[in-house]
Design a protein around this ligand. Structure first.
Ligand SMILES: [Zn+2]
Length: 149
């Protein structure tokens, strides 16, 4: 404990970890997608056609992100949802990386990159949350995400 400048423990609920810590906690694909803003190949992750009911949680911090009730088959090869489980569960950021304005979607709790948001989804929201399966962890015993166990 000689480091007096050691980072102050976060006062917010944000989960802050170093890249090294995330690398240890995640698979290489999960790390590439969530911490390096990677995009998995379409149809590469089984969640794109996952039909089981449950709550898709953040693979990094476990926060409930998307319910299977809002999941639909967009035909894109990525898990797609028309709404997050809670408006506060995700945060949106403008992304100009490809000279094309897109809205990036991140986990509001740990800043994990999840995917992108497009305005061409189905009713009732008209939104399409196009999410990398590698960023998600489906819990099938907890459809509401309310379980604290
Ligand atoms: Zn998270």
């Amino acid at each position: 404990m000689s480091q007096s400048s050691e980072r102050e423990k976060s006062k917010s609920s944000q989960v802050a970890k170093s890249d090294t810590e995330w690398r240890q906690a995640l698979t290489p694909e999960q790390f590439r997608v969530t911490r390096e803003h990677g995009i998995e190949r379409a149809f590469s992750h089984p969640y794109w056609q996952e039909k089981r009911e449950g709550m898709y949680r953040c693979v990094c911090c476990g926060q409930p992100l998307f319910s299977s009730t809002a999941k639909y088959d967009s035909g894109t090869g990525w898990p797609s949802f028309y709404a997050p489980a809670d408006q506060d569960a995700v945060s949106e950021h403008e992304d100009r990386a490809l000279l094309m304005r897109r809205t990036e979607v991140r986990c509001a709790q740990c800043e994990a990159h999840l995917g992108h948001l497009f305005p061409d989804g189905p009713n009732p929201t008209g939104l399409r949350y196009c999410i990398n399966g590698a960023a998600l962890d489906l819990g099938t015993d907890d459809p509401d995400g309310k379980s604290t166990k």
